[in-house]
Design a protein around this ligand. Structure first.
Ligand code: SF4
Length: 496
């Protein structure tokens, strides 16, 4: 690992905004916050993956991966991060290095790739991502990017987060460091207003930012930049002129908020767009901080009026589902979306949470869950697929909300399932999103398919699987047994 990268990782592990981090000894802090991976375990993405996930939603820049093609293929466009304009961020650029580059070094190839991208696509900037192989052969992407910036007169940004540096979360932070080192503060905005804010850690998955932006527009609050959903290079470069920063996902890019506070004195707070109550609190918090920073005080009243109208409208629309969903039990296995935000949202829909995973939650997240659910907080640190299956099969939950990887557990138990992780197809943010979430849960629970799949098969008395009822050594025997059972015949009566 290069000296530069080591120093950067040490810097990221020093987090002044986190009490827990600050209470650790220097030695402990160096180990980082996330659990180290066990070799061989399936453990989510690498640091490169994390950096790419964090920055790829910046829509108008070219994201060039310097490494073997598989690194890019691994993570390309696996989230539905929306853009209201440019589409270049969805083009997979890679130097696709070969054995010869490993022997002779891939820096020339990288330089040529940058030139080709600029000539063909002319983006405002190119982000260059380091990967394991090119870091191990010693390619100096910082030097190549600096040379290319001088030669082509466009910002070429090195993102030094090779996979072996650590886990995905560390990669998120190293991606954020690249923005702090090379992007934020390099461009002045055309104009500023007392209502300028940045939203950090929001990726505009399935267009979630667009469900919140109209609310801010209605209050006259301007999103100077969003890091990184539907982001634009120049907006992010001028983010240092915002009056307030809002952190949406504290685990991924907190270093941007803390360092912007140190460098430019921009206050930040952590908020959530999930759930009616949380959305309202977030609007209040933004208004309060803007007023503290010099915005006219009438913003507070206008915010309250908007909240009143929007909450009433959302409740009215949720009411038609609330009766059908009252008392439905939800098993919540969530990774990306903060558990406490979703817990509050589901309770607002009249549902009961029979379990919520807290594997990726911070200490503060857990405290908030306890605050919302009280003694009923069924927090699960880690749940095996078998335990999930048993819970659903024994009907201790009516629906499971989770990421795509656990969906087959629910489907095997013939129970409804809804995707709420980053691969989801429906936006759940803002007041509108809460209505959408309740509507989707209703659609999943009352989908007639569940009744059909739970009807016992004609060849089984209790709906067990074919294999369990008619175990057979050979496929033909198995089919004969099935035919016999369904026709009500003895095995020897079935013609060959
Ligand atoms: S671990 Fe290394 S080789 Fe694998 S995807 Fe990440 S950067 Fe590429």
């Amino acid at each position: 690992m290069s000296v530069l990268l080591k120093a950067k990782i040490a810097e990221v592990f020093e987090e002044p905004g986190c009490d827990k981090n600050q209470s650790k000894s220097e030695k402990e802090r160096k180990k980082g916050c996330t659990k180290q991976l066990s070799p061989g375990a399936a453990a989510g993405g690498c640091a490169f993956d994390g950096a790419k996930i964090a920055l790829q939603p910046i829509a108008d820049v070219a994201h060039l991966v310097h490494g073997p093609i598989a690194c890019e293929g691994n993570s390309w466009d696996n989230r539905h991060s929306g853009s209201s304009g440019p589409q270049i961020y969805r083009t997979g650029f890679t130097t696709d290095i070969s054995e010869l580059d490993v022997i002779y070094g891939g820096e020339k190839r990288l330089f040529k790739s940058i030139r080709e991208i600029l000539e063909k696509y002319n983006p405002p900037a190119v982000f260059v991502y380091q990967t394991c192989v090119t870091a191990l052969v010693g390619d100096d992407i910082e030097a190549v990017c600096q040379r290319a910036t001088e030669k082509f007169g466009k910002p070429i940004i090195p993102v030094n987060a090779p996979g072996f540096a650590g886990v995905k979360n560390l990669g998120n932070k190293l991606g954020a460091e690249a923005l702090l080192d090379y992007v934020i503060g390099t461009v002045e905005p055309e104009f500023t207003t007392p209502y300028d804010i940045n939203i950090i850690g929001e990726y505009n998955l399935v267009g979630e930012l667009w469900q919140v932006k109209p609310l801010l527009d209605a209050l006259g609050i301007r999103v100077l930049c969003c890091i990184a959903g539907d982001g634009r290079y120049n907006e992010i470069a001028s983010a240092h002129r915002a009056k307030v920063n809002m952190m949406v996902c504290s685990k991924s890019m907190i270093n941007i908020a803390t360092k912007m506070e140190q460098r430019w004195g921009i206050p930040y707070f952590e908020g959530s767009f999930y759930g009616i109550g949380d959305m309202s609190d977030t609007l209040r918090q933004i208004a309060k901080l803007l007023v503290q920073q010099g915005a006219p005080v009438d913003l507070l009243d206008r915010t309250e009026r908007l909240i009143e109208v929007e909450e009433a409208r959302a409740w009215q629309r949720i009411a038609q589902y609330k009766q059908r969903l009252q008392g439905k039990r939800v098993l919540l296995i969530t990774g990306g979306v903060k558990s406490w935000s979703v817990v509050a949202a589901l309770q607002e829909g009249g549902m009961e949470i029979v379990g919520t995973s807290v594997k990726k939650s911070t200490k503060e997240d857990k405290e908030k869950i306890k605050e919302i659910m009280g003694d009923d907080a069924h927090m699960i640190d880690d749940m095996t697929p078998r335990e999930m299956y048993n819970m659903l099969r024994d009907a201790r939950a009516d629906i499971m909300l989770s990421g795509g990887r656990s969906q087959f557990v629910a489907l095997k138990a013939r129970m409804p399932w809804l995707d709420i992780n980053q691969e989801r197809y429906h936006p759940y943010s803002g007041y509108e999103g809460m209505v959408e979430l309740v509507r989707e849960i209703d659609r999943a629970i009352y989908n007639p398919v569940w009744q059909q799949v739970r009807i016992p098969a004609p060849w089984g008395d209790d709906g067990e699987t074919l294999g369990a009822v008619l175990p057979s050594a050979r496929p033909m025997d198995f089919l004969t047994e099935v035919a016999a059972k369904s026709l009500g015949l003895a095995l020897e009566e079935v013609p060959n």
